[in-house]
Design a binder for this molecule. Structure first.
Ligand SMILES: [Zn+2]
Length: 121
């Protein structure tokens, strides 16, 4: 997956998908500048783990193209976030000898664990 590319009207270089002003260099795959990331986090629009995730890509409106899931254990104080659901389920299946292929199956089979997809936009 690639970030959408916004080109500056006058200078023709790649600019940030959010502010459409700051130049984005090829090493920055997220398509948004550091300032905009910081603002999003400060405004509590993005979790830090989205803003600084190396897999973050954004569309032309600066909306994250990234899957994010929350993992919770109801009988314990455990919460963390997952960006790769497939990998998470594979690891879980391997450890626990289960065979979940989806969030639905996981939640059904694990009464004390909840997976929720987080809507980022
Ligand atoms: Zn920006």
């Amino acid at each position: 997956m690639e970030s959408h590319k916004t080109i500056h009207n006058t200078y023709k270089y790649l600019v940030c998908n959010i502010c459409q002003e700051e130049e984005i260099f090829s090493t920055n795959k997220s398509g948004v500048c550091t300032m905009c990331k910081e603002n999003r986090v400060q405004d509590k629009i993005w979790y830090e783990m989205i803003a600084y995730n190396e897999n973050l890509r954004t569309d032309e409106n600066g909306c994250p193209l990234l899957e994010l899931y929350k993992y919770e254990e109801t009988d314990d104080d455990v919460i963390f976030f997952i960006t790769d659901l497939k990998e998470f389920l594979e690891d879980h299946n391997e450890c626990m000898e289960t065979n979940y292929q989806s969030i639905k199956e996981f939640n059904k089979g694990e009464p004390h664990r909840i997976l929720t997809q987080i809507n980022l936009n």
